[in-house]
Design a protein. Structure first.
Length: 312
């Protein structure tokens, strides 16, 4: 019996790279459905791409169906090889960029939700500067819950993230950008709305329902007293948390600037501001990157320039 012919005996085409990038995103997202948002593609389209790749390579890469998504042995090999290949492509692009001072490639960013609505945000200025300095780079920005940004950077789904760092992550580079103030809110139809703060005791607060947010999770509390609050609902996305607060049945934390931007300052009010307000500090985070990686280093330079400008 003769030797099996290699599936990739010729040169890799642009289509091959595209299919491999889709495959990598599916693996890192944990399945086809999870990759829809990441790739901005329909589930059926993703499935067709993976099928095309399997035909191109003449091997089955993954199992999908009622048992869930999982890689085959061949799939593991191809995924590892894909990581090496795409990394080599990026290194090649960086060397070419340096040779003629033109920045090419893709910049994938992950931003915590509603971050850009901060009136003092320097990120818009950084994006403006970057577009002028690197007009040929294709920028893709994904908005996600604040807690999801760190793993997205760690897993390589985005090259750089901007979020609130609640703990140190030694393997990531961190650059502090700006702060936002958080307040405890109740809606106009809540029993506490018409009461003066001096008449609202900490003990009284414990008789009402709260919406859990990241800083109300066990071990992350802004104050030991909050550990005893009745966290009857959970909503880590701020817009959904605001919706629950507006029902008049829940208390919860929201950024002050966000309430103002949404025009809800007459529909809800902060409670005990001197007692429970706290500050979220936003930082830019990334894996350590080579100094000759112009795609990322140029964006970091733009962020630094924008931060300095905002402080003057």
């Amino acid at each position: 019996m003769g030797k099996r012919k290699a599936a990739l005996s010729g040169q890799l085409a642009d289509l091959d790279l595209k299919l491999l990038r889709v495959f990598k995103a599916v693996v890192e997202s944990g399945g086809f459905s999870s990759a829809e948002v990441e790739l901005n593609l329909a589930n059926s389209t993703i499935s067709n791409y993976i099928s095309d790749l399997e035909k191109r390579l003449d091997m089955r890469l993954c199992n999908r169906g009622r048992g869930g998504f999982s890689l085959t042995d061949h799939g593991h090999v191809v995924y590892e090889a894909t990581q090496d290949l795409l990394s080599a492509v990026d290194q090649f692009r960086n060397r070419v960029n340096i040779s003629h001072e033109r920045i090419l490639g893709h910049l994938h960013l992950g931003f915590a939700e509603h971050m850009l609505s901060a009136y003092h945000s320097c990120v818009i200025e950084a994006l403006r500067l970057y577009t002028e300095k690197a007009p040929d780079v294709r920028v893709r920005i994904i908005s996600m819950a604040s807690d999801d940004v760190v793993p997205a950077v760690q897993e390589g789904r985005v090259q750089l993230g901007i979020t609130v760092m609640l703990r140190q992550v030694p393997e990531l580079d961190v650059m502090r950008l700006f702060d936002e103030e958080m307040s405890l809110y109740c809606a106009e139809n809540h029993p506490l709305y018409a009461m003066n703060d001096k008449d609202i005791s900490v003990e009284k607060l414990q008789t009402y329902k709260f919406v859990e947010s990241p800083r109300l999770m066990p071990g992350r509390e802004i104050d030991p007293i909050t550990a005893g609050w009745n966290k009857h609902a959970s909503a880590h996305h701020q817009e959904v948390r605001a919706a629950l607060i507006l029902t008049g049945h829940y208390l919860g934390f929201l950024p002050k600037h966000l309430v103002h931007n949404w025009g809800w300052q007459h529909k809800m009010r902060p409670l005990l501001e001197g007692r429970f307000n706290y500050i979220n500090s936003f930082s830019a985070i990334s894996k350590p990157y080579p100094k000759n990686d112009l795609v990322i280093s140029t964006f970091m330079d733009c962020l630094k320039e924008a931060v300095i400008s905002s402080q003057q």
